[in-house]
Ligand binder design. Structure first.
Ligand code: GLU
Ligand code: MG
Length: 439
């Protein structure tokens, strides 16, 4: 028996009858199709077929050999889904015309990680999604799922956490059954906002797990009559949802970011990496904060809780949660990404920026110990203030744009400029209230 047949038999014996072949589009939304298990070999060798132009961000033609997008299953990702008995998820890599598809986000991250592997390095990443549990209101709009979630400082609220427990417990149990090591679940700093963390892993594995987390969280919300939302900033007066990345670089079992001097968080190599991340922060913002709504999170104004905890200035500091990069012993926390970021693209950009920092031996400057929200921010440059500015920065940054590849960089900018224009053309209640009778 060959490998595919052995695997098929093993899955069959475990009660699996269907494969959910999943890939990520440019927005980081999981997409895919169901394929009967009998066709596992085709999924592994050729891939499940999709109409290329029907997928956001491929830029593929409507006719000819380059119209077909094949998601070729990565057997290492096969995982029965506890919330869909009999169904096993397999993550696909994009192929077009028999070759790896340059604009597939997972292929983009593979390319970035291959650059590290050439040097004998690998990236470990812990991804920390914050999210809202909401309900749809009859007249339109959304409110926190829990009507009683009303504290003026809702962080770590155990009463609302207990009310959300049936949903959160299903989510945790399902992820654990999928092999994720869930390390904590808490109420975050906005009404209806929670965070679930799972252990760090190789960058590609972590990005795949984040996609699995999205599938599981939507399923748990559906089961419990809730809406699961990764919108970066649903409520103007409250903090938004970040998706922080904890990052370290390794050669075998050796952490290359470990400092030799006890006073420093990071080794010289780690400091160069961080310097690259700071130097390319404006372009990275387009990938890490990719929606028009993202910039309402990356802004300074009062929230009901007294802060937003989201970065606004390009700075790094030891255990400084008000900075873009918070350094810790042997790793750093990249606080820029929000919950809407495509993890494959954000990580690919991060690697390109970090490598540039290493190769050019960039210096991140003095660490910032200030509370940047308390007015210590004058010396630091600001992040782009909106999506249009971030896209300008991405287009001007050859290093980050090259990490995406020419096809995806062009598609990303085109789609996101359209998104910006569509939003800019809206006339909403705030404008009417402010101007309709003002003059
Ligand atoms: N919600 C904050 C953000 O948008 C982060 C809060 C925290 O540090 O956990 O980044
Ligand atoms: Mg948090």
């Amino acid at each position: 028996m060959n490998d595919a047949e052995t695997l098929r038999q093993r899955l069959h014996d475990a009660g699996v009858h269907t494969l959910l072949v999943q890939f990520a589009d440019v927005h980081g939304t999981p997409k895919g199709k169901l394929v009967p298990l009998a066709h596992l070999r085709t999924v592994l060798e050729a891939g499940a077929g999709f109409a290329g132009p029907s997928i956001w961000g491929t830029g593929l033609a409507r006719t000819g050999p380059r119209s077909e997008y094949l998601a070729r299953g990565d057997a290492a990702t096969l995982q029965p889904l506890p919330w869909q008995p009999g169904v096993a998820r397999i993550v696909g890599d994009g192929f077009v015309d028999g070759r790896p598809f340059d604009a597939c986000p997972r292929q983009v991250l593979r390319r970035a990680l291959a650059r590290l592997a050439e040097r004998g390095w690998r990236l470990e990443v812990g991804i920390e999604p914050e999210f809202f549990l909401l309900k749809r209101l009859p007249g339109g709009g959304y409110a926190p799922l829990d009507d009683h979630d009303r504290l003026p400082k809702p962080s770590y609220d155990l009463k609302s956490l207990a009310r959300a427990q049936p949903l959160l417990h299903d989510l945790r149990a399902w992820l654990e059954a999928c092999g994720l090591d869930v390390t904590q679940v808490d109420h975050e700093d906005a009404h209806g906002q929670y965070e679930l963390n799972f252990a760090h892993a190789d960058a590609l594995v972590s990005a795949d797990r984040l996609m699995l987390f999205k599938l599981a969280a939507h399923a748990a919300a559906e089961k419990h009559g809730a809406v699961f939302s990764l919108m970066p900033k649903p409520f103007a007066d409250q903090p938004g949802s970040g998706m922080h990345f904890h990052v370290s670089l390794w050669a075998g079992n050796r952490c290359l970011f470990d400092a030799e001097e006890p006073a420093a968080d990071l080794s010289p190599l780690g400091r160069h990496f961080v310097a690259g991340v700071l130097a390319h922060a404006p372009a990275l913002t387009a990938l890490a904060a990719p929606t028009v709504n993202s910039y309402k999170r990356l802004a300074v104004y009062d929230s009901i809780t007294g802060t937003t905890w989201a970065p606004v200035w390009i700075a790094h500091g030891p255990n400084n949660r008000t900075a873009l990069v918070r350094t810790l012993a042997g790793r750093f926390e990249w606080r820029l990404p929000d919950a809407a970021a495509n993890p494959y693209l954000a990580l690919a950009g991060l690697v390109a920026a970090g490598l540039e920092g290493i190769d050019r031996a960039l210096d991140p400057g003095a660490p910032c110990h200030d509370d940047l929200y308390a007015g210590g921010a004058v010396a630091h440059p600001r992040l782009p203030g909106d999506l249009a500015q971030a896209l300008d920065a991405l287009q001007a940054d050859d290093v980050v744009a090259a990490a995406l590849g020419a096809t995806l960089a062009a598609e990303f900018v085109r789609l996101k400029r359209d998104e910006w224009r569509a939003w800019a053309q809206q006339i909403g209640p705030w404008e009417l209230a402010r101007y309709a009778e003002a003059f």
